[in-house]
Design a protein. Sequence first.
Length: 192
Amino acid sequence: MGIVLASSSPRRIELLSNLNLEFKVLKSEIDENVNNKDEPFITAVSLSLQKALDVASRVDKDDIVIGADTIVVFEGEILGKPNDEKQAYDTLKKLSGKYHTVVTGISIIRLSDNKKITDYVSTSVKMKELDSEKIKRYIQTKEPMDKAGAYGIQGYGALLVEKIDGDYFNVVGLPLAKLEENLYRHFNINII
Ligand SMILES: Cc1cn([C@H]2C[C@H](O)[C@@H](COP(=O)(O)OP(=O)(O)OP(=O)(O)O)O2)c(=O)[nH]c1=O
């Protein structure tokens, strides 16, 4: 029996490593199709479950598999990862000076006893007013490209954020306290 993180995200791997938990990493191969008709948290939870199920089918049935998906929601619309610099610019322009919500869905599953636990965490983030020059310079750092909402709060993106209300780690991509709560309650795993 082991723990498997169904993710290729270096942020998630690093966050989980900080807890001194032994785990393997396996990347899921699902298509991340976002359906804007569902409530955003349903999208995040559903994608996290698809990632966990995909990886669970390739590991030991006794393994506990963790999947996560982070989305950025602005005025009810999901803002995904930008496909190009123009999209990154448009996303950051939208977020400038306003509040948005970062939602991470998590799924923890074990096929041997058919346990499938899902949960999510929302964090409210207020961006500073960003002028066009600042946005362009930020895009030049290349940081926005692989990130939901076109920014990374853990990097230069920290300089764009005015304040947050909620779990910081959720914004980075893995709500550690909520994850630990579920690992303890449903799988009897005690980290500290
Ligand atoms: C808002 C925000 C997002 N992000 C990242 C977290 C996620 O990695 C990414 C959202 O994409 P995800 O699809 O959640 O994750 P991923 O494709 O990077 O990795 P995998 O599916 O293999 O687990 O955006 C930050 O790193 N910092 C931030 O401040």
